[in-house]
Design a protein around this ligand. Sequence first.
Ligand code: PAF
Length: 293
Amino acid sequence: MNANATMQIVRSIAELQNILNTKQRDGRTVGFVPTMGFLHEGHLTLVKHARRDHDIVVMSIFVNPAQFGPGEDYEAYPRDEQRDAELASTAGVDYLFIPSVKEMYPHPSSIRILPGEQATRLCGASRPGHFDGVLKVLLKLFNIVDPDESYFGMKDAQQLAIIETFVRDFNLRTTISRVPTVREEDGLAKSSRNVRLEKSERNEASAINRALVAGKKRYYEGVPLQEVEKIVRKAIENETSGTIDYVTALAYPSLNEGFNQTEEVIIAAAVKFTSTRLIDNIIMSTIKDEKNV
Ligand code: PAF
């Protein structure tokens, strides 16, 4: 693929709004890929979908301080603007929006968006306030870009479920597209945080996906979900030096603890390594009712 020679980097909200306002759009549709940068194939796959479906493709790169808690990796989050711009351009992005923190948050704002029940489990339990910050930045970005469709990866399945609820409950104009997780050859989910793994940890980390795949197989063999959780947990404990934050099965996308035939089931895992914490998940169709769980 050739670089998109016309890709424009935009740093100001006013300028981007001016470019994308309805009159300028003239009936053309906008596909939007919000990111925190340090792009990998997962992000580029989101762009591919947006490029296929829409006339104009906008990507944002913004490491959003509002979604990092005290002691989390905001400062250490990997950043490489030049490399990102090259990758985005090659993938076919038209406008790359890279605002500064001052541009996005010019004055302290005490208004918060509280995502509710869905955000109390999984990552929400160990990262209080994280999803408030995600919704805050996304509401701003959706208002700035006014996309027809926005693309998110299934690796962050909880984030995706919360965003879907947010967009539905607040009548936001964008539709949300789920895009399957892109993986390394050994099954490790692509993530900007993978570069922060030590070499031995990188080798072990593929065990997370293997454990989830094995769990799914056992579930389809009829093993109850509580047992499946234990099997996945044990496999990760045995095969990695990481510390398990959670291995949890929930209904998807409600993230309820009760299961029903209309929803899928997610087994989600989070594992802490020396300098980073990885998440992954697997989705399974519901074949059991609550009695079997
Ligand atoms: O998934 C991410 O990279 C971020 O949470 C998002 C959606 C770009 C909001 O900052």
